[in-house]
Design a protein around this ligand. Structure first.
Ligand SMILES: [Zn+2]
Length: 94
């Protein structure tokens, strides 16, 4: 069995381990519902990817859960529309 020749100081051990740590996940926001999602993945909140529905999120829910989720998504969409900057045409009308 290999035996260490010299004692490793705390400092040198810490210096070596400086790069060994879990990095926080890189997150982007969903285009539709603005929930945080990992890039290049389907949004698990609304089931959309690149503006198209990829999975039906409401499919497996019960009637009560579905109603609540639909309400929540509508509200989020309303807020999103309200926040969205006006298009050039709208700006010219004003
Ligand atoms: Zn989404």
């Amino acid at each position: 069995m290999a035996v260490p020749r010299h004692r490793h100081t705390k400092s040198s051990v810490h210096q070596r381990r400086m790069h060994i740590f879990i990095k926080p996940a890189a997150l982007t926001t969903c285009q539709k519902c603005k929930a945080p999602v990992r890039p290049h993945t389907i949004c698990k909140h609304c089931g959309y990817y690149k503006g198209q529905e990829a999975i039906n999120v409401l499919g497996k829910l019960t009637k009560k859960e579905r109603k609540m989720k639909e309400k929540e998504m509508k509200q989020a969409e309303k807020e999103h529309k309200h926040e969205a900057p006006a298009t050039m045409e709208e700006m010219s009308k004003k």
